[in-house]
Design a protein around this ligand. Sequence first.
Ligand code: SF4
Ligand code: SF4
Length: 385
Amino acid sequence: MTHLIAALQSEAERLGFDLIGVTSTHTPAHFDAYKNWVNSRFYGNMDYLATERAVRLRRKPNEILPECKSIIVVGIRYPIEADNNLSWKNDLTGRIAAYACGMDYHLFVPVLLEKLKLKIEKLLNQTVNAKIHCDTGPILEKSLAMRAGLGWIGKNTILINRNLGSFFFLGELFLDINLENSLKEVKDFCGTCRRCIEACPTQCIQDDRTIDASRCISYLTIENQHEIPRNLRSMMGNYVFGCDVCQLVCPWNRTHLIERISQKEFSSKHLLPFINLPDILLYSVIQFKNHFKKTPVLRAKYRGFLRNVVVAMGNSRNPEAIPSLVTTLYDNPDSLIRSHAAWALGQIEDNRVKIVLEKALKNENNSVVKREILAALEKNELLNS
Ligand code: SF4
Ligand code: SF4
């Protein structure tokens, strides 16, 4: 068996995985924390995370694959650049979370896991029943990864490896064969540190290592397809897809910033994490789909992404954003985007704003957009008083 594990480790490394471990199908240690999270309704509009089935399968991973005896957990790193875009307000630059700047991990991690499974079959000379997951099923994957020895779950709720930090994707291979479990869980090295909790822009990290997802920028910019609550918009800074703040401040990531990683599926499609906000606002649906083809950014969908872009432009408070925002408020056919453009204009201290908002109010028929224009006029009056 030791021989098999060694062969798997070497194959995993050859395939490009940075971490690999094996765990059992017992209930993950963080199940109770997840249950409390569900009961506190911290899942925003992601009701699928709280159904009876979602809870049951997270408690019993062996129901994912009934004959399951072992779970292999793998980690694969992605590149991250330091948060050095300090002039984003002047440059009108938006930021995309690092994991989304390459090919969508759902497209390549399962392919690599399938190759790992084939290797197991070859080594054992038998067919193996398996199920592959990569952020796709009702699994407490970070808890399984922790039990497989890949790292510990930090106070920011992300899995951290002492040597590699936390910028990696996780994937799981559920198997109907018995593999020797990795030796033991990794100790918690957060200690007295609270940097992530203090740095989180929306203060959504809870003390029990869960997140109030309804306030998290990752949720707000990706999963949430509706209005972004007005009180949270100004906390989003220039993030237009996801958020890296609670990982960037983590001391365990310090040595990994700007590190280049040669995972070819990821780097072959690598985009810069910084985008020009007014340029993106001019994109058609087709241009958006082409620019972000095969990246996770498509998950936000065109209208959600443009909504995020106008919020970031408002947060810049830069008068140079006014012309693009005015065109959006006057001409965009989508009331969701117009309403956020009105809000964004209200954030900018400039004499022109009152005039353009009043003109928009006369021509606007949508009640939600009208409400936003009125709130923006009020805010603008405060800024100019
Ligand atoms: S991703 Fe951003 S908003 Fe969400 S918990 Fe981390 S720092 Fe807070
Ligand atoms: S920033 Fe500090 S508290 Fe947060 S996950 Fe990293 S080590 Fe833990």
